[in-house]
Every structure is written in structure tokens, then in C-alpha cells.
Ligand binder design. Sequence first.
Ligand SMILES: [Zn+2]
Ligand SMILES: [Zn+2]
Length: 642
Amino acid sequence: MSEIHIRLPDGQTLEVPEGSTVLDVSRRIGERLARAALAGRIDGKLVDLRVPLRGDTALEIVTPEDPAAGEVIRHSAEHVMADAVKRAFPEAQIDVGRVDHSEKFQYDFLVDRPFTPDDLEKIEKEMLGILAEGAAFTREVVTRDEAIALFESLGEELKVSRIGDLPDGEEITLFRHGDFVDLCRGPHVQRVDQIGAVKLLEAAGAYWRGDESNPMLQRIYGTAFATRNELTAYLEAVEEARKRDHRRVGAALDLFHIDPLSPGSPFYHPKGTVLYNGLVDYVKSLYPKYGYQEVITPQIFRTDLFKISGHYDLFREDMFLMEGDEGEEMAVKPMNCPGHCRLFAHAKRSYRDLPLRFAEFSRLHRNERSGTLTGLSRVRTFSQDDAHIYCERDKVPEEIQGFFEMTREVYQGLALEGVKVCVSTRPQKFLGNPADWDRAERELIEAVERAGYPCGIKEGEGVFYGPKVEFDFEDVLGRAWTLATVQIDMAMPGRFGLRYTGRDGGEHEPAMLHRAVLGSLERFIAIYVEHTGGDFPLWLAPVQVAVLPIAERHLEFARRVSAALLGAGIRAELDLRSEKLGFKIREAEVAKIPIMAVVGDQEQRDGTVTPRRRRGSKRSAEAVAVDAFVAELVSEIAGRRS
Ligand SMILES: [Zn+2]
Ligand SMILES: [Zn+2]
């Protein structure tokens, strides 16, 4: 048998007989590594430990510390769960399972009734028993007929049907641990006891193959980790996310609701509207500084517009279409860019007019499928802090620089930290020529680096018309969200025939950038509410000050304090209820009101208030003159100091 060369991450090369498995190689490296090994990685793809290696290759061994360990562990836990279900419910038929990106795994079963919480507990117990048995996974290559015969003999008809889905010529592999066998490609852990902790989460009905005309199966969701600590941390994070869910906080703080009569379209309540407008006003307040001009373009267009832009072909399914009075097809705009291109084309432009930066907050509509709508994070109507920049081609780097500065300023005001910046490069299918793409990608990367951010690369994730920069923000729960984006558009100026007179007197095509700092306001509010838990900075809080009189006799003075605050444009709320002070303070805290102004005998006598702040400040509250209090808040709010 011939030898093959395996390159290891440390640069070493091992010579092993062809057909050696990944596990064999890890044994050659060291016994400790071999015991800890969970899978291998070749060309960025995970491979099962038992896969024989053919030909020279680079190989990495995945151990519990590897970021991919969880995926291998959870996939293996799928098999263990299916085994446990068969032990507890021998009549059950197994279908298939999968692992998703939210650290969960699932498996579908045909059973005669839905699983109850007691069933899940029983299955989980079985799983723990199986883990304790510590069986090793084994891999076996079989023919199609052998696989069919095996699962027929086990009475697993769903599995037999799944074998029929496998393309001709594909290697069919079985994996066993103990007596349980499943059809699978892997990768699996070496031994089941490498799955350190499991937890079943819930069960729900799911149609076989996702088709409503098929029988209903029962799907069980669970999660698994290498260690108990990781499982505990996961369960705590899930609970925290549930508490912070923007739909829950939005209801508690009276911000918005969704009415079934307008799916995916929020009703902003007065407090939610303050939040919404606060963000809009903030971004608009920076327009003069960064050279943006606000415009308002139509909501409804003849679809010819979207035929020119190319969106009609790509995006038609997501547009709200209607008929005009002359029988022409019209659409509610799903984005602003085509309209802005028409606006650019409306006048004769010269290099002296450039750059033109059109900004627009108008509402956009996309006919998202009802099943995907979620609170404010997936909606049918939204507005973006959208702008399109038209400039001379060689001014693109400068424009990107300006956009970064604006983004930095906006995020500072919102106390958003921990932003990562990535450039998404040319996808498989793209418009334009590769040299232009290379130049645009290089300019974006340089701009990111000049702005002082380490630049991540999202290979092949650019849009078909140009590369883009994304700002990924990590929230308090460690979840990453893309907020700001800037994209170079190498298609639309040409499609709309945009021209300007250049310095040389000739006609040129302007460069075009799409950019947004917050992105969709709806989505941003969802993320921001979950990140802050509703504890907004003072300048943005729907109610900024709660005025709390201690007793009935302080009402008159409390009214004067409240009027002084309102008169200065501060959103104050006067608590007139005849409740104890402690109760009122707790209520204001639950409502996340940043400042409470307490007034009692002393305050009334001296013309002062005693402010208490929700966040930070441990210093004992001291009384301040009402005028000084108001003036301090006015300046704090104007400066957007949190
Ligand atoms: Zn598997
Ligand atoms: Zn755009």
C-alpha cells in the first residue's frame, strides 16, 4: 500500500499508509490528542474521524476547544436521542435529524401521539443512560440494497424512503453506536461519552418532508455540549434572551403592537413613536455635518422603474403590485435607490455638483411571507436611514471615509460598542468586470483599515452588483447583528444611463454608493431594545423624568416642577397616585425611566428636587434647585450624553 502525506497545522508532515483514517492520524500525533479528537477538518470542511484518507492532504484535528466542536457534539446527540426514543417508544419510526445554527439539534419521529413534557423527561433520562454506556461510533460503507434491506428489517419505512433520495453513485454510510444504527454521513464524536451534557427543549408537530399532505411527525428539539458548564451558560443565555425579547419588552414598555389586520406592520404607540422619531431626528441632525441632503420621492411607481433597475426580475415576488387607472402595472417601492437614480437623472449634472448625497427616510414595503414575520425584526413595512451617494469614481474612498466617521458618531451616541467591520467580496455571479471589482474591494479594505478597524473578509458574500462593507455589532448576549452597510454599485448608474460633465468637459458615469447607518429602523429598534433591555439613554428615553411627590401636600409643587421640565422640552411624567414613594420608585424603575425627581417637604420649602438616576451613579442623591436641575438635563440631552 502506498504512503500519503498529511500536512498538519503546525507545518509538520506525516507519512501514513493510504486509507489511514483521521483517527489513525491523530493517534500518530499523540495518544492524548487521539482521545480528545472529535472530528477532522479538510479544506474547511468537517470530516468524520473514521473516514479513510486518500491522497496527500492538509488535516486539522477538531478537539472540544475547537469552535466547530459543538456542531459535531450536537449532531452526535441527534443519534443518541433517536436511540433513546426507540428504547422508550419501540413502536416509533425514525425519520431524520439536523443541527441548526442556534446550538440546537432536532430529530423527527412517527409516533401515534404527540410527545408530552413527561415523555421528554423520560427520553432525556434514556439519553443520559446511553451516554454513560460510552459506546464508540463505528462507520460502515454499504450498498443501496444493503441499506434498504437493513432498514426494512428494522421496520423503518421512513428511512427506506430517505435512502431513495440519495443520488446515484453516492457512497452510502451507516453509523452505529451500541445497537443503534442510522443512515448518515457524519461527522460524529468518537465515543458517546464525549457528549458531556444534553438537554431536550421542546417537541412540536412537523409534516413529513415539510408537506401538508403528508402525515404529521413529532419533532424533538434539544441541545448538547462538551461540558455541563457550557450547557448551563447556554440555558442562562436563552432565558436572558427570552426576557429581553423585543416583543415582550415592547409590550411591557407600551412601545408597539402588531395587529392581525395588518400582518408584519407595526402600530407604534406614543412611547414607541418617541423612540422612532428620536432615532430619525438624531441621524437627520448629522446630515448637515456630513453633507447629506434629505429628499422625498414617491411611494408608488410604474413597474417600468424596477424593470430599468433590474429589481423587477429579481424582486417581483416581494413587491406589492397593483393596477393604475390606465391598466398599467404599479408597485409600492421596496427600496429607494431606483427613485434616487431618477432624481439624479432629472437635471444636468456637472462634476461641480458632485458628490450628491440623497438621504430618505420614507417607508418601504416588501411582501415578506407571513410565516417569516416576527415582531419588528421581520416586517412588511419599514424605513431605512437610507442614502445614495453619487460621486466621481476616484472620490469613492473619501466618501467611504466620511461614512465611517458618521457611523462612528452615531454609534457613540447610542453607546454601541464592540463593532466588527467586514468587507464582502465578489460572489460567484456578478455584474461588471473583475478588474473593477478588485479595485473596489481594495478601496473598501483600505478605507476600513485607515479608519482604524481590523478588517474581516466575508469571501464571496458581496451583492451581485458590487462589494460592500458591513458593521457587525455584538449585543450583550453575544449575538452578532449587521447594522451599517455601504455598497459600491457598479450596475445601477449604467442601467439608468446616469451621466455628469467631468473636469475634462466629457460625459462620465458617476460612481454610486448605497449606505445606511442603522439599516431598517424597525430591525434596529428590535435589536436595540433587546441589547438595552429597554434601558435607553436619557436623550432617547420615551419618558425622561418621573416626578414623584412624596405626599398629597406636595402635589402643587410637583406640578410646578413637572411644568418647568415640560416647558424646557423634557419628557416628564407626573405620578399623581396616592401611593407610597417606594412603590412609585419601583414602578418608575420597571418603566425604565432614567431619572426620578423626588419632591417632599424639604424640596418644597427650598424650591429644589432630589434626582435619582437609574443607571450608574452610586452617589447619594442631593437636592438641587429646580432651575439648575432643568438646565443640567437640557444640556445633557442636547449633548446626547447617556
Ligand atoms: Zn449522523
Ligand atoms: Zn440603495
